[in-house]
Write a protein that binds this ligand. Structure first.
Ligand SMILES: [Zn+2]
Length: 196
């Protein structure tokens, strides 16, 4: 089995407050400005769709935008995703992505060729979609934490890979609560209750 893991780390402990800024939208919208370099467009679009579907399931809309075309520095309430290839092996050995919490703008680095090398082409978009969902959750939670099950496991095992090839993995209940609380999903749903 190939060991692979996903990294999040703090640059400074304050974390970001940007997640609070997008609370209140209906549903909360997260703008993801992505720079994919020479990665396959078909793979990338498929992976984005998988990540978006995962988040729709917990009431969060991901608005995917091409960084070079649809994003500019003045857009607030966004985070940046960059596909990086040929990272030296000694840099985060075995990691598929990293998310430095507290960076400005919020940023995720995806080690595209490492993901490509550990999977067959058919599964590539699926794994990439889950990596994106995992790292986005680190940003949304603002935490360097992992769960015992689901998308936020530090290491997916063969059973997880098998499951995600059939249907997307789920977030553990604690991750759903963390993300929804941070984005105000629960408050929104309460606000929509009919008044008595
Ligand atoms: Zn992680």
């Amino acid at each position: 089995m190939i060991t692979a893991f996903l990294v999040a780390f703090f640059i400074f402990s304050a974390g970001g407050t940007w997640a609070a800024e997008i609370a209140g939208a209906n549903p909360p919208v997260v703008i993801a400005c992505i720079e994919t370099g020479n990665a396959s467009q078909a793979v990338t679009l498929h992976a984005e769709a998988i990540a978006a579907r995962i988040y729709e399931g917990i009431g969060v809309h991901i608005d995917w935008r091409r960084r070079a075309r649809d994003c500019n520095a003045s857009i607030e309430k966004t985070f940046h995703i960059e596909f990086i290839t040929r990272l030296p092996d000694r840099k985060y050995p075995g990691a598929l992505a990293s998310t430095p919490l507290g960076s400005t703008p919020p940023r995720i680095d995806v080690y595209y060729d490492r993901i490509e090398q550990m999977t067959e082409p058919r599964v590539m978009p699926i794994l990439l979609g889950h990596v994106l969902a995992h790292e986005i959750a680190h940003l949304l939670e603002g935490l360097n934490r992992h769960s015992e099950q689901g998308i936020m496991k530090a290491h997916w095992d063969p059973a997880d890979y098998e499951e995600m090839s059939v249907r997307p993995l789920s977030f553990a209940p604690e991750d759903v609560a963390l993300i929804q609380n941070r984005l105000g999903v629960n408050a929104m749903m309460l606000a929509q209750r009919p008044k008595r």
